[in-house]
Design a protein around this ligand. Structure first.
Ligand code: SAH
Ligand code: DHB
Ligand code: MG
Length: 219
């Protein structure tokens, strides 16, 4: 099995299951034109995030790592009228592109983007309660972001981490990649926390071989 096959199947699923969406296509084009790294989730993964929002009835979402706002838009579109997503982005150039994309998607009302390192902007959210947290920024900080996610959620909230597989590198205990180390500490903290019930799922598709960690906060 190869990247070519994974992409072909993702394209087939996308054609069948994901409505044609010029706005999302334009968002990806704007990101590429601005030179952003192509680290957005894939269409089928964006749809999965949207399904999580719908399945949980989430009204307040926290996203760490906006990039161009592609995943933000997928999730924001499933929010009810009075729903809100706060999304944190350290890179001002990424945030500028995201702001334009979110406005283009007519979602500025529902999206509150905070520019700055998440380690600085997360403490400003103290006291807020989110139904869903999507962690998708600098992987070495994943343990810190998990700590904040636990502070900012309630029983029943869900916490999702992106990129927990990294081509399989996550299984290498001896690896020195700080991204992998961050993800391994993150998974170990999740697994060791009796307040979390979690799994991790490997994915292949147009964005290669990676995966999500998914946890629910227990009473
Ligand atoms: N969620 C996006 C992809 C995010 S890529 C999507 O799927 O569409 C990761 C993003 O995290 C990048 O834009 C990067 O600038 C941002 N980031 C990196 N370090 C950060 C930090 N310390 N605080 C906040 N954002 C950070
Ligand atoms: C990387 C980061 C991401 O959030 C992602 O989805 C893909 C790749 C990276 O840092 O390489
Ligand atoms: Mg990611």
């Amino acid at each position: 099995m190869s990247q070519t096959t994974w992409t072909a199947v993702d394209n087939y699923f996308t054609e069948l299951l994901i409505a044609q969406d010029p706005v999302l296509d334009e968002v990806l084009a704007a990101n590429a034109a601005a030179g952003l790294p192509a680290h957005d989730v894939s269409p089928t993964q964006g749809k999965l995030l949207q399904l999580f929002v719908q399945m949980t009835g989430a009204k307040k979402i926290l996203e760490i790592g906006t990039l161009g706002g592609y995943s933000t838009i997928w999730m924001a579109r499933a929010l009810p009228e009075d729903g809100q997503i706060i999304t944190l982005e350290a890179n001002a150039a990424h945030a500028a592109v995201a702001g334009r994309n979110i406005a283009h998607a007519q979602l500025s009302q529902k999206v509150d983007m905070r520019t700055g390192a998440a380690a600085e902007t997360l403490p400003l959210l103290e006291g807020m309660v989110f139904d869903l947290v999507f962690i998708d920024a600098d992987k070495p900080s994943n343990p810190l972001y998990l700590e904040w996610a636990l502070k900012l959620t309630r029983p029943g909230s869900i916490i999702i981490g992106d990129n927990v597989v990294r081509d399989g590198a996550v299984a290498d205990a001896a690896g020195n990649d700080p991204n992998v180390k961050g993800v391994r500490s993150f998974l170990s903290l999740i697994g060791g926390n009796p307040k979390l019930n979690a799994t991790a799922i490997q994915t292949v598709g147009s964005k290669g071989y990676d995966g999500f960690a998914i946890a629910v906060v227990l009473p």
